[in-house]
Design a protein around this ligand. Structure first.
Ligand code: ADP
Ligand code: MG
Length: 313
């Protein structure tokens, strides 16, 4: 049992950024309005605090068992996926390769409950005073799998990747206040006050004022970063995804406009009926596949082209 969790951990958590993504998405699923991510001690301490629904005592124990998701109630749900997690592996996997505390309290509970798990084994539990929500603390990731630990990048690279993922996550949840604090210093902070404020807050004023809003998000060019590459952030149903199709549509639409001298910067929010999109093609749930690629490509390309046409007048 522990061995299979450790193996699964390799698929679910490759590094700190993927771990934080899983935890953040769990907080979103729990309808949190405020998510605080704190990192210290050279990445050896990670704490994520949310004000979501929390878990009942029994559910805390269940949450670290593999495949114990509360999110698939019928087979169809796998295909009509709107919540983020669905495989019930993240917490179990992370618990198997770290020293973890899970504390949680629902509105019905007077006092919260904390469970301590080392390397997948529950070693302690107790009542704790806390607000409604969930607090997950992770110490010493991969402490019991030194071979895995070796595959982590150096600290500065891991931190860069964490900032990158939190930025992308914060943009996916514009009604949620996200705060990433590293060694006591807030490095990304959003207010949860909608899309415009969130884009402003994560990219800063200088970049924000160079962006233009269109039907599917924001358009600019990567010169605003003094960069010569494409920056195309894609959200499908508010989930950060990698879509070659959407990237292609953006690049193709920009081609005439920019004449290859500049590269697009675009944040695309594309909403589609969940049954028209497959988010399960990749275990990390980043790559999506659309059932009708032509329509998606066509819509996005056309909207950008029309936007430029109007903008030029
Ligand atoms: P999944 O998200 O795929 O269901 P996870 O391993 O990520 O699997 O989480 C297991 C379960 O633990 C979830 O289904 C949910 O019931 C519970 N859970 C995890 N994180 C939270 C949280 N922050 N707030 C409330 N419940 C949570
Ligand atoms: Mg999850």
């Amino acid at each position: 049992e522990n061995i299979s969790n450790i193996i699964a951990a390799g698929e679910v958590v490759e590094n700190y950024a993927s771990l934080i993504k899983e935890l953040y998405e769990n907080s979103l699923d729990a309808k949190a309005k405020n998510i605080l991510i704190e990192i210290s001690d050279k990445l050896n301490y990670i704490k994520i605090t949310d004000d979501g629904t929390g878990m009942q005592k029994d559910d805390i124990y269940l949450s670290v068992e593999r495949h114990a998701t509360s999110k698939i109630s019928k087979k169809d749900d796998i295909f009509n996926l709107s919540s983020f997690g669905f495989r019930g592996e993240a917490l179990a996997s992370i618990a198997a390769v770290s020293k973890m505390n899970i504390s949680s309290k629902t509105n019905d509970m007077k006092i919260g409950h904390m469970v301590t798990i080392y390397g997948g084994n529950i070693i302690a539990d107790k009542s704790v005073a806390m607000k409604t929500g969930t607090v997950i603390e992770i110490r010493n990731l991969f402490y019991n799998t030194p071979a895995r630990k070796k595959f982590l990048n150096k600290e500065s690279t891991e931190i860069m990747n964490i900032k990158d993922i939190v930025l992308k996550l914060a943009l996916s949840a514009v009604e949620v206040s996200t705060n990433l604090v590293i060694d006591g210093k807030s490095v990304i902070k959003t207010s949860g006050r909608g899309i415009d404020n969130t884009v402003y807050e994560v990219f800063g004023k200088g970049i924000f004022k160079n962006l233009k809003k269109f039907k599917y998000g924001y358009l600019g060019n990567s010169e605003i970063f003094r960069a010569s590459k494409n920056y195309i952030f894609t959200y499908v149903n508010n989930r950060y995804t990698k879509s070659n199709l959407i990237e292609r549509a953006v690049i193709d639409a920009y081609y005439m406009k920019l004449m290859k001298h500049k590269y697009p910067f675009a944040i695309i929010f594309y909403d589609i009926n969940p049954s028209e999109v497959d988010v399960n093609v990749h275990p990390s749930k980043k790559i999506v596949k659309f059932s009708d690629e032509k329509i998606v490509y066509g819509q996005i390309k056309k909207e950008i082209e029309d936007f430029f046409r109007l903008d030029d007048r």
